[in-house]
Design a protein around this ligand. Structure first.
Ligand SMILES: [Fe+2]
Length: 316
Protein backbone atom coordinates (compact mmCIF):
# COMPACT_ATOMS: atom_id res chain seq x y z
CA UNK A 1 0.00 0.00 0.00
CA UNK A 2 1.63 3.19 -1.17
CA UNK A 3 0.75 6.21 0.81
CA UNK A 4 -1.28 4.00 3.02
CA UNK A 5 0.65 3.17 6.05
CA UNK A 6 -1.09 0.91 8.40
CA UNK A 7 -0.62 0.52 12.10
CA UNK A 8 2.73 1.23 13.66
CA UNK A 9 4.21 -0.17 16.82
CA UNK A 10 2.68 -3.58 16.27
CA UNK A 11 3.72 -6.63 18.09
CA UNK A 12 5.70 -9.20 16.22
CA UNK A 13 3.99 -12.18 14.67
CA UNK A 14 5.20 -15.48 16.00
CA UNK A 15 6.56 -18.25 13.84
CA UNK A 16 4.87 -21.51 14.54
CA UNK A 17 6.89 -24.60 15.19
CA UNK A 18 8.13 -26.77 12.38
CA UNK A 19 5.92 -29.63 13.59
CA UNK A 20 2.80 -27.59 12.82
CA UNK A 21 3.92 -27.06 9.26
CA UNK A 22 4.01 -30.61 8.16
CA UNK A 23 0.27 -31.27 7.52
CA UNK A 24 0.04 -28.10 5.40
CA UNK A 25 3.08 -29.11 3.39
CA UNK A 26 1.51 -32.49 2.69
CA UNK A 27 -1.66 -30.75 1.58
CA UNK A 28 0.36 -28.59 -0.80
CA UNK A 29 2.10 -31.64 -2.20
CA UNK A 30 -1.26 -33.24 -2.91
CA UNK A 31 -2.70 -30.07 -4.41
CA UNK A 32 0.34 -29.57 -6.62
CA UNK A 33 0.09 -33.18 -7.73
CA UNK A 34 -3.57 -32.62 -8.63
CA UNK A 35 -2.64 -29.54 -10.61
CA UNK A 36 0.01 -31.45 -12.52
CA UNK A 37 -2.42 -34.31 -13.22
CA UNK A 38 -4.93 -31.79 -14.48
CA UNK A 39 -2.39 -30.26 -16.81
CA UNK A 40 -1.36 -33.64 -18.15
CA UNK A 41 -5.00 -34.67 -18.71
CA UNK A 42 -5.70 -31.36 -20.37
CA UNK A 43 -2.69 -31.91 -22.58
CA UNK A 44 -2.39 -28.17 -22.65
CA UNK A 45 0.88 -26.28 -22.40
CA UNK A 46 -1.07 -23.14 -21.48
CA UNK A 47 -0.18 -21.76 -18.06
CA UNK A 48 -2.66 -23.06 -15.56
CA UNK A 49 -3.40 -21.48 -12.21
CA UNK A 50 -4.99 -23.95 -9.80
CA UNK A 51 -6.93 -21.76 -7.43
CA UNK A 52 -7.42 -24.39 -4.76
CA UNK A 53 -3.75 -25.17 -4.92
CA UNK A 54 -2.79 -21.48 -4.71
CA UNK A 55 -5.09 -20.97 -1.72
CA UNK A 56 -3.63 -24.06 0.00
CA UNK A 57 -0.07 -22.75 -0.47
CA UNK A 58 -1.05 -19.29 0.76
CA UNK A 59 -2.80 -20.77 3.80
CA UNK A 60 0.19 -22.89 4.60
CA UNK A 61 2.53 -19.90 4.24
CA UNK A 62 0.46 -17.65 6.49
CA UNK A 63 -0.13 -20.42 9.04
CA UNK A 64 3.55 -20.06 9.91
CA UNK A 65 2.65 -16.74 11.47
CA UNK A 66 0.49 -16.09 14.48
CA UNK A 67 -3.00 -16.22 13.00
CA UNK A 68 -4.48 -15.22 16.34
CA UNK A 69 -2.74 -11.90 15.91
CA UNK A 70 -5.48 -9.63 14.57
CA UNK A 71 -3.06 -7.83 12.28
CA UNK A 72 -2.18 -11.08 10.53
CA UNK A 73 -5.84 -12.07 10.29
CA UNK A 74 -6.78 -8.70 8.82
CA UNK A 75 -3.99 -8.95 6.27
CA UNK A 76 -5.07 -12.44 5.19
CA UNK A 77 -8.66 -11.27 4.81
CA UNK A 78 -7.50 -8.17 2.88
CA UNK A 79 -5.58 -10.46 0.53
CA UNK A 80 -8.60 -12.61 -0.34
CA UNK A 81 -10.80 -9.56 -0.88
CA UNK A 82 -8.19 -7.91 -3.10
CA UNK A 83 -7.90 -11.10 -5.19
CA UNK A 84 -11.68 -11.08 -5.59
CA UNK A 85 -11.62 -7.42 -6.59
CA UNK A 86 -8.86 -8.11 -9.13
CA UNK A 87 -11.04 -10.80 -10.66
CA UNK A 88 -14.04 -8.49 -10.71
CA UNK A 89 -12.13 -5.66 -12.42
CA UNK A 90 -10.44 -8.02 -14.90
CA UNK A 91 -13.83 -9.47 -15.89
CA UNK A 92 -15.27 -5.99 -16.30
CA UNK A 93 -12.49 -5.30 -18.81
CA UNK A 94 -13.47 -8.37 -20.84
CA UNK A 95 -10.11 -10.09 -20.33
CA UNK A 96 -9.61 -13.74 -21.26
CA UNK A 97 -10.13 -16.36 -18.57
CA UNK A 98 -6.38 -16.88 -18.46
CA UNK A 99 -5.82 -13.18 -17.72
CA UNK A 100 -8.63 -13.09 -15.16
CA UNK A 101 -6.91 -15.95 -13.34
CA UNK A 102 -3.59 -14.12 -13.49
CA UNK A 103 -5.16 -10.97 -12.04
CA UNK A 104 -6.62 -13.08 -9.22
CA UNK A 105 -3.25 -14.70 -8.54
CA UNK A 106 -1.52 -11.31 -8.36
CA UNK A 107 -4.17 -10.29 -5.82
CA UNK A 108 -3.30 -13.30 -3.67
CA UNK A 109 0.43 -12.62 -3.86
CA UNK A 110 0.55 -8.82 -3.73
CA UNK A 111 1.05 -8.44 0.03
CA UNK A 112 3.10 -11.57 0.64
CA UNK A 113 5.90 -9.36 2.00
CA UNK A 114 3.67 -8.06 4.79
CA UNK A 115 3.97 -11.13 6.99
CA UNK A 116 7.77 -11.06 7.24
CA UNK A 117 7.65 -7.28 7.55
CA UNK A 118 5.45 -7.60 10.63
CA UNK A 119 7.47 -10.48 12.09
CA UNK A 120 10.84 -8.83 11.62
CA UNK A 121 10.02 -5.19 12.25
CA UNK A 122 6.77 -5.33 14.23
CA UNK A 123 5.09 -2.83 11.95
CA UNK A 124 3.26 -2.49 8.64
CA UNK A 125 4.77 0.94 8.17
CA UNK A 126 7.10 0.88 5.16
CA UNK A 127 8.57 4.20 6.25
CA UNK A 128 9.66 2.66 9.54
CA UNK A 129 10.81 -0.68 8.16
CA UNK A 130 11.11 -2.01 4.60
CA UNK A 131 9.25 -1.60 1.32
CA UNK A 132 6.83 -4.52 1.66
CA UNK A 133 6.19 -4.66 -2.08
CA UNK A 134 9.87 -5.08 -2.89
CA UNK A 135 10.20 -7.57 -0.06
CA UNK A 136 7.35 -9.58 -1.58
CA UNK A 137 9.29 -9.77 -4.85
CA UNK A 138 12.34 -10.98 -2.93
CA UNK A 139 10.33 -13.78 -1.30
CA UNK A 140 8.67 -14.88 -4.51
CA UNK A 141 11.58 -14.54 -6.93
CA UNK A 142 14.88 -14.55 -5.06
CA UNK A 143 13.75 -17.16 -2.55
CA UNK A 144 11.79 -18.95 -5.27
CA UNK A 145 8.48 -19.14 -3.41
CA UNK A 146 6.51 -18.34 -6.55
CA UNK A 147 7.17 -21.87 -7.79
CA UNK A 148 5.18 -23.22 -4.83
CA UNK A 149 2.16 -21.47 -6.35
CA UNK A 150 2.63 -21.98 -10.08
CA UNK A 151 4.91 -24.27 -12.01
CA UNK A 152 5.17 -22.22 -15.23
CA UNK A 153 7.48 -19.25 -15.86
CA UNK A 154 5.69 -17.39 -18.66
CA UNK A 155 4.00 -14.80 -16.44
CA UNK A 156 6.87 -14.17 -14.06
CA UNK A 157 7.78 -10.73 -15.37
CA UNK A 158 4.19 -9.49 -15.21
CA UNK A 159 3.74 -10.85 -11.69
CA UNK A 160 7.03 -9.33 -10.57
CA UNK A 161 6.22 -5.87 -11.97
CA UNK A 162 2.67 -5.91 -10.58
CA UNK A 163 3.80 -6.79 -7.07
CA UNK A 164 6.86 -4.52 -7.07
CA UNK A 165 4.78 -1.53 -8.17
CA UNK A 166 1.51 -2.23 -6.41
CA UNK A 167 2.13 0.39 -3.74
CA UNK A 168 4.35 2.81 -5.65
CA UNK A 169 3.23 6.42 -5.86
CA UNK A 170 3.48 6.30 -9.66
CA UNK A 171 4.09 3.49 -12.16
CA UNK A 172 7.41 3.58 -14.03
CA UNK A 173 7.02 4.79 -17.64
CA UNK A 174 8.85 1.89 -19.28
CA UNK A 175 6.26 -0.83 -18.64
CA UNK A 176 4.62 -2.46 -21.67
CA UNK A 177 0.84 -2.31 -22.12
CA UNK A 178 0.11 -5.82 -20.90
CA UNK A 179 2.21 -5.38 -17.76
CA UNK A 180 0.63 -1.99 -17.16
CA UNK A 181 -2.79 -3.57 -17.30
CA UNK A 182 -2.07 -5.97 -14.45
CA UNK A 183 -0.29 -3.26 -12.46
CA UNK A 184 -3.33 -1.05 -12.75
CA UNK A 185 -5.75 -3.81 -11.79
CA UNK A 186 -3.92 -4.71 -8.58
CA UNK A 187 -3.41 -1.04 -7.67
CA UNK A 188 -7.13 -0.34 -8.08
CA UNK A 189 -8.17 -3.46 -6.16
CA UNK A 190 -5.78 -2.68 -3.31
CA UNK A 191 -6.97 0.93 -3.01
CA UNK A 192 -10.63 -0.11 -3.01
CA UNK A 193 -10.06 -2.49 -0.14
CA UNK A 194 -7.93 0.01 1.77
CA UNK A 195 -11.02 2.23 1.97
CA UNK A 196 -12.86 -0.68 3.60
CA UNK A 197 -10.04 -1.46 6.03
CA UNK A 198 -9.86 2.21 7.00
CA UNK A 199 -13.54 2.10 7.93
CA UNK A 200 -13.47 -1.33 9.61
CA UNK A 201 -10.47 -0.78 11.84
CA UNK A 202 -10.39 2.08 14.40
CA UNK A 203 -8.49 4.99 12.86
CA UNK A 204 -6.52 5.53 16.07
CA UNK A 205 -5.14 2.04 15.70
CA UNK A 206 -4.31 2.43 11.99
CA UNK A 207 -2.48 5.73 12.49
CA UNK A 208 -1.20 4.93 15.95
CA UNK A 209 -2.51 8.16 17.46
CA UNK A 210 -4.81 9.12 20.31
CA UNK A 211 -8.48 9.96 19.67
CA UNK A 212 -7.84 13.48 20.89
CA UNK A 213 -4.98 14.04 18.44
CA UNK A 214 -7.01 12.60 15.57
CA UNK A 215 -10.27 14.44 16.19
CA UNK A 216 -8.69 17.76 17.18
CA UNK A 217 -6.14 18.03 14.37
CA UNK A 218 -6.51 20.11 11.21
CA UNK A 219 -5.66 19.18 7.64
CA UNK A 220 -2.29 20.59 6.56
CA UNK A 221 -2.75 23.26 3.84
CA UNK A 222 -0.40 21.43 1.43
CA UNK A 223 -2.52 18.29 1.85
CA UNK A 224 -5.65 20.29 1.04
CA UNK A 225 -3.90 21.66 -2.08
CA UNK A 226 -2.82 18.18 -3.22
CA UNK A 227 -6.40 16.97 -2.75
CA UNK A 228 -7.75 19.86 -4.81
CA UNK A 229 -5.34 18.81 -7.57
CA UNK A 230 -7.04 15.39 -7.59
CA UNK A 231 -4.18 13.08 -6.81
CA UNK A 232 -2.84 10.88 -4.03
CA UNK A 233 -1.09 12.65 -1.15
CA UNK A 234 2.65 12.18 -0.87
CA UNK A 235 3.73 10.78 2.47
CA UNK A 236 6.12 13.70 3.00
CA UNK A 237 3.22 16.18 2.94
CA UNK A 238 1.25 14.52 5.71
CA UNK A 239 1.99 16.17 9.05
CA UNK A 240 -1.11 15.77 11.24
CA UNK A 241 -3.21 12.71 12.20
CA UNK A 242 -6.21 13.80 10.14
CA UNK A 243 -3.96 14.20 7.06
CA UNK A 244 -3.92 10.41 6.94
CA UNK A 245 -7.69 10.29 6.58
CA UNK A 246 -7.47 12.76 3.69
CA UNK A 247 -4.68 10.62 2.23
CA UNK A 248 -6.94 7.59 2.24
CA UNK A 249 -9.83 9.48 0.63
CA UNK A 250 -7.46 10.82 -2.04
CA UNK A 251 -6.67 7.26 -3.17
CA UNK A 252 -9.95 7.46 -5.08
CA UNK A 253 -8.35 9.99 -7.47
CA UNK A 254 -5.88 7.33 -8.54
CA UNK A 255 -8.42 4.70 -9.57
CA UNK A 256 -8.11 3.73 -13.23
CA UNK A 257 -11.21 1.79 -14.11
CA UNK A 258 -14.93 2.56 -14.23
CA UNK A 259 -15.66 -0.73 -12.46
CA UNK A 260 -13.44 0.40 -9.60
CA UNK A 261 -15.50 3.57 -9.16
CA UNK A 262 -18.70 1.53 -9.28
CA UNK A 263 -17.44 -0.75 -6.52
CA UNK A 264 -16.38 2.24 -4.40
CA UNK A 265 -19.86 3.69 -4.85
CA UNK A 266 -21.54 0.40 -3.91
CA UNK A 267 -19.40 -0.14 -0.84
CA UNK A 268 -20.01 3.29 0.70
CA UNK A 269 -16.70 3.58 2.55
CA UNK A 270 -15.71 6.74 0.72
CA UNK A 271 -18.82 8.43 2.02
CA UNK A 272 -18.13 7.17 5.52
CA UNK A 273 -14.57 8.57 5.46
CA UNK A 274 -15.79 11.94 4.22
CA UNK A 275 -18.15 12.10 7.18
CA UNK A 276 -15.17 12.14 9.49
CA UNK A 277 -16.51 13.31 12.84
CA UNK A 278 -13.94 15.91 13.75
CA UNK A 279 -14.29 17.94 16.93
CA UNK A 280 -12.43 20.85 15.38
CA UNK A 281 -14.72 23.45 13.70
CA UNK A 282 -11.96 24.41 11.23
CA UNK A 283 -11.47 20.81 10.19
CA UNK A 284 -15.22 20.46 9.77
CA UNK A 285 -15.10 23.30 7.24
CA UNK A 286 -12.14 21.65 5.53
CA UNK A 287 -14.09 18.42 5.15
CA UNK A 288 -17.03 20.27 3.58
CA UNK A 289 -14.57 21.57 0.97
CA UNK A 290 -13.02 18.14 0.49
CA UNK A 291 -16.42 16.55 -0.02
CA UNK A 292 -17.42 19.14 -2.60
CA UNK A 293 -14.15 18.62 -4.41
CA UNK A 294 -14.65 14.84 -4.47
CA UNK A 295 -18.26 15.20 -5.63
CA UNK A 296 -17.18 17.40 -8.49
CA UNK A 297 -14.46 14.98 -9.46
CA UNK A 298 -16.82 12.00 -9.39
CA UNK A 299 -19.40 13.90 -11.45
CA UNK A 300 -16.83 14.03 -14.23
CA UNK A 301 -15.41 10.55 -13.69
CA UNK A 302 -18.27 8.31 -12.62
CA UNK A 303 -21.76 9.78 -12.19
CA UNK A 304 -23.10 6.74 -10.32
CA UNK A 305 -20.41 7.13 -7.68
CA UNK A 306 -21.12 10.87 -7.39
CA UNK A 307 -24.83 10.24 -6.81
CA UNK A 308 -24.10 7.74 -4.04
CA UNK A 309 -21.89 10.30 -2.36
CA UNK A 310 -24.52 13.02 -2.57
CA UNK A 311 -27.21 10.70 -1.15
CA UNK A 312 -25.06 9.90 1.86
CA UNK A 313 -24.17 13.50 2.62
CA UNK A 314 -25.45 15.22 5.74
CA UNK A 315 -24.28 18.64 4.57
CA UNK A 316 -26.76 19.05 1.72
FE1 LIG B 1 0.47 -3.82 -0.19
Amino acid sequence: MAEVEEKTGMEQGQLLSQSKRQPGEKKIGEALEKEREYQIQKGSPAPFIGREHVKAVFQEYTSRYDCEDEKIRLKVEHTYRVAQLCEDIAESLGLSQEDVELAWLIGILHDIGRFEQLRQYGTFSDAQSIDHAQYGVKILFEEGKLRDYISFYEKDEIIKAAIWNHSAYRLPPELDEKTLLFCRIIRDADKIDILKVTCDVPLESIYDVSSQALYQSQVTPQVMDAFFEHHAILRSLKKTPVDNVVGHVALVFELEYTRSYEIVAQQGYLNQLLQFSTENPETKKQFVELRHCMEEYLQKTCKAAAETLEEGCDDH
